[in-house]
Design a protein around this ligand. Structure first.
Ligand code: ATP
Ligand code: MG
Length: 206
């Protein structure tokens, strides 16, 4: 049923009044946020979109000419779309530091050695204010499986340069990491094409 002109006018007036109240609340909260510093962001959960989110933020940072370091733990493939695209950017330093998931390598000693070598690269970036954003893709697994000492990792993250942003991705982010983080997003797995039998699609999944 369509509304009368009076009803439409009343609806518009109610909406306008609600927006005035909303603006006041938002303006006040913006005014309260005055701090400027590097953020630790954790993107975790079982849904698709963790690395995608990190790379999206990376595009923003690069848009401002910021220098970005990427450490990809676990993964060993170097033929992804993201690496082909971002790797060409002179402001990007891209390292693939994994040798596959633990059920592929089946060798804990080897996984620990790989993790330590990868972490050394990350540590160099986390000690250098020249990197304005550092992406630590799939770092959570190194903590979850105890390949790295979690206190050591948290300490390095906590003591990084003041203005440096860090994004950590991966499932099962440990509580201590989430506590240290400024922003934590948990991506839920509502549905994924893979379960309907669709294999990983170029340009979407890799
Ligand atoms: P993406 O890189 O697509 O943002 P992600 O970082 O959230 O994914 P990863 O665990 O790194 O998740 O998985 C990488 C690959 O696994 C991608 O091909 C992605 O589509 C796929 N994937 C992610 N989540 C799921 C899921 N819930 N079920 C099946 N496949 C998944
Ligand atoms: Mg990922």
């Amino acid at each position: 049923m369509s509304l009368t002109p009076e009803q439409i006018a009343e609806k518009n007036a109610r909406h306008a009044a609600r927006m005035v109240r909303k603006k006041a609340v938002i303006d006040a909260s913006i005014a309260r946020a005055t701090e400027d510093r590097g953020l630790l962001i954790v993107i975790t959960g079982n849904g698709k979109g963790k690395s995608t989110s990190a790379f999206g933020t990376m595009a923003r940072a690069l848009g401002y000419g910021m220098k970005v370091g990427v450490c990809q733990f676990i993964k060993s493939r170097t033929d992804t779309g993201e690496e082909a695209f971002f790797g060409k950017n002179p402001n990007v330093e891209w390292h693939v530091l994994g040798d596959g998931f633990t059920w592929e390598t089946q060798n804990r000693e080897q996984d620990i050695a790989t993790a330590e070598r990868g972490w050394a690269v990350a540590t160099r970036m986390l000690n250098d204010p020249g990197y304005q954003l550092v992406v630590l893709d799939e770092l959570t697994y190194l903590l979850k499986y105890d390949y790295l000492d979690s206190d050591m990792v948290l300490d390095t993250l906590a003591n990084r340069p003041d203005m440096q942003h860090v994004i950590v991705t991966g499932r099962g982010a440990p509580d201590a990491l989430n506590e240290l983080a400024d922003t934590v997003s948990i991506i839920a797995d509502e549905k994924h094409a893979y379960r309907a039998g669709v294999k990983a699609q170029r340009g979407i999944d890799l």
